[in-house]
Design a protein around this ligand. Structure first.
Ligand SMILES: [Zn+2]
Length: 154
């Protein structure tokens, strides 16, 4: 999984109490096909179960496949609630949101992996703040080894 879907949810819920899946994909368009919709549903189904499934409302979600085709997925309305994922602590989100998107991408692509002995892209990361710096913990995109990135909080 290349995109950090959990963080999309966290970021979307930064200043809101809840967001439906269809609203979410309007902010973060789906570009990797139906599989990405199911990944969101899997996240919703994880342990703390804060989401709401509204069987009475059918929602349509625009899905772009990796070869650029446009499709529509329709299913019951899924609403994510604040605290749905704990990928980023509120303090970590605060710091992360202040960094420009271009710089965020640079930071994510430039993480040292001790297993590859090379720099790599961090995936499936979580963020927390410990006595100053923001720390991202995740995995190497190439080999799956644990990697971390410390981001000094100026
Ligand atoms: Zn690696």
């Amino acid at each position: 999984m290349k995109k950090n879907l959990k963080m999309n949810i966290d970021l979307a819920l930064f200043d809101k109490e809840q967001i439906s899946l269809s609203e979410l994909v309007r902010i973060y368009p789906i570009a990797n096909g139906i599989r990405e919709v199911f990944e969101y549903i899997n996240i919703a189904n994880e342990k703390n179960n804060k989401h709401i499934v509204n069987e009475n409302i059918t929602e349509e979600v625009c899905v772009k496949t990796s070869d650029g085709k446009q499709k529509t997925w329709s299913g019951p309305q899924i609403i994510f609630n604040k605290g749905e994922t704990s990928a980023f602590t509120p303090e970590a989100l605060e710091v992360w949101k202040k960094i420009s998107e271009t710089h965020q991408k640079k930071l994510l692509k430039n993480v040292w992996c001790s297993n590859c002995a090379d720099s790599t892209t961090i995936v499936d990361y979580t963020g927390n703040v410990q006595q100053g710096p923001l720390i991202l913990n995740g995995f190497c995109e190439k080999c799956g080894h644990n990697v971390a990135r410390v981001i000094e909080n100026k």
